[in-house]
Design a protein around this ligand. Sequence first.
Ligand code: FES
Length: 144
Amino acid sequence: MEYSEKVLEHFRNPRNSGQPEKFNAMGMAGNAKCGDVMKIFLEIEDDKIADVGFKTFGCAAAVAASSMATELIKGRTIEDALALTNDDVANALDGLPWEKMHCSVLAEQAIKQSVADYYKRQGIDPTPIVGVLDDGFGHMDENY
Ligand code: FES
């Protein structure tokens, strides 16, 4: 298994790492098989991702995917963030080994969870907007 230069570069020098000082949405996704977990924090202003951060407890690909995914949605609209797929993230990293594709799924799912949280905090049911989400562990427990 080989990582692209871009994966290694984002792993060594992750963008938007950590919890931003101000955020109004948070979502997490995990993979029960490998046990890795990704948390995405969003500061949404006027339907735009004004700031974003992440905390990832996972493999190099998961860290690189978090870094790349946050770069791809920063400054974009909520709609753009929801349209981001795991393939977009993997392609932007010049590909991932197939056994590491699930790491990019965490990024897509954690972003969707975070947007769902944003709506929930306003008393809006996110399901019609974001769809039915699963945190990867079969529940919505955010305390880990
Ligand atoms: Fe599980 Fe990468 S091996 S997120």
